[in-house]
Design a protein around this ligand. Structure first.
Ligand code: PLP
Length: 435
């Protein structure tokens, strides 16, 4: 209660802003993930690893736009490229353009994709990846992981302006976008459970188009695969002709140079990318095996989008690809490892019922003494202490992600000194918890 009083006392302008914003925007936010009780902190500006809120407080940003701001806020290289596009190129052509092809080639090389298409959000990429898998297999059902989040796609998209010659009877499927494309069963399996997956595939494999999962779950803190799990998923999907889709919207560049797939050595059929690849601009992509992506070539599926591959976002993406070298990412990961080691020491010293988990430049503290292997384990962690830990940070100028399900990100703009702030803040929390 004392921490909540402290929160409201220091964030009066955010409170007032939320009240005003709620008159035009439901909950006063532009995405439901931005909302928390009693009200979210409103940010006026950002630079590097720092935010300034509407109360004029400086906050160390460890959320970094849910990981999208891997290169840091207002990264000078990104800004320079985007400014060049603004002054010399243009903002939208809705035609092919050399920059889009160049970025496609860069991503092709980096992520080892045969072919890819750009979209504007992770949600869209997931929707089209599933649709491509359905078109490729001629099946409808999909499998997903219990507790896994993949954006706001609601599996509903019907008859998108087909040509007159393509229209048959009113309720008949058209070649490009089958009317009932989104119908179909969704089977849900726990993460790290090959037996349940195999049982579903043995029973229904011939109806299943795709298995969609984050290779490492990052919407319930960080949950890593058991030894052999992803290889098992790969083999099970192969055995039943199921398209394996890795959602790397969050893991993308933050898990390593070419995502979690490359880091863990398992190649999916399709991958979805977003967040970190755009340097803060709305860029996402889906791509992978040529045979599957060819459904877009041969007309089994169409993929649309006015803003896809627009020059402004492409300029940012090119800069991000240039900035995110092995060296730059390794340096940030090294800072992350040092931070995690220091936090682990505090956990041991104070005998806290917690442990740290990391992937690449991301890390988190999970309030459970034992490893979390799936969503049910995660739900059994101590959310009360997790919330206190978050609030404690916010009240002392550190913004970790607002959901308790998120993780911190060491961006390319964070220094060791900044991450040391997190460590000393955590020590203070441990002392307060002991008292
Ligand atoms: N997939 C995952 C794993 C995500 O975390 C998110 C967003 O948080 C999405 C997909 C959806 O991405 P977007 O918010 O760009 O639509």
């Amino acid at each position: 209660a004392a921490e909540w009083e402290r929160f409201t006392a220091s964030t009066a302008a955010s409170g007032a802003h939320n009240e005003q914003a709620s008159k035009s925007l439901p909950l006063g936010v532009t995405s439901s993930f931005q909302h928390w009780d009693p009200y979210p902190i409103s940010i006026a500006s950002a630079r590097g690893a720092w935010l300034t809120d509407v109360d004029g407080r400086r906050l160390l940003d460890l959320s970094m736009g849910f990981g999208a701001m891997l290169v840091g806020h207002l990264n000078p290289v990104v800004i320079e490229e985007v400014q060049k596009a603004l002054t010399d190129v243009g903002t939208l052509f809705v035609t092919p353009s050399p920059t889009a092809t160049e970025v496609a080639e860069r991503f092709q090389r980096r992520f080892g994709l045969d072919m890819l298409r750009f979209t504007n959000s992770g949600t869209e990429s997931l929707m089209y990846a599933v649709r491509a898998a359905r078109a490729f297999t001629g099946r409808k059902a999909i499998i997903k992981i219990e507790g896994g989040y993949h954006g706001g796609y609601d599996a509903l998209q019907v008859s998108v302006k087909p040509g007159l010659d393509e229209i048959g009877p009113a309720d008949a499927p058209t070649p490009q976008v089958p009317f009932d494309v989104e119908a179909g069963t969704v089977y849900v399996v726990p993460y790290n459970d090959l037996d349940r997956l195999t049982a579903i595939l043995d029973a229904y494999g011939s109806e299943i188009a795709a298995m969609v999962l984050e290779p490492v779950l990052e919407n319930i803190a960080i949950v890593v695969p058991d030894e052999g799990y992803l290889a098992g998923v790969r083999a099970a999907c192969d055995a039943h002709g199921v398209v394996l889709i890795f959602d790397e919207v969050k893991t993308g560049l933050t898990a390593g140079y070419a995502g979690a797939s490359q880091r863990l050595g398992i190649k999916p059929d399709l991958v979805t990318l977003a967040k970190s690849i755009g340097g803060g601009f709305p860029l996402a992509a889906f791509g992978g095996r040529k045979e599957v992506m060819e459904v877009v070539v041969d007309g089994r599926m169409a993929h649309f989008g006015t803003y896809n591959g627009n020059p402004l976002v492409m300029a940012a993406a090119k800069a991000v690809d240039e900035i995110c070298t092995h060296e730059a990412l390794d340096a940030a990961e090294k800072i992350n490892i040092g931070t995690l080691d220091a936090v682990d020491e505090i956990i041991a010293e104070f005998k806290l019922p917690a442990h740290t988990v990391a992937l690449g430049v991301k890390g988190c503290i999970t309030w459970s003494p034992t490893p979390v292997r799936n969503y049910r384990d995660y739900k059994a962690t101590d959310f009360q202490v997790a919330e206190l830990s978050w609030l404690w940070g916010v009240n002392r100028g550190i913004l970790t992600p607002p959901g308790l399900d998120e993780q911190w990100l060491v961006s390319l703009a964070h220094t060791q000194a900044e991450m040391d702030v997190l460590v000393s803040d955590f020590r203070a929390l441990a002392e307060a918890l002991r008292a």
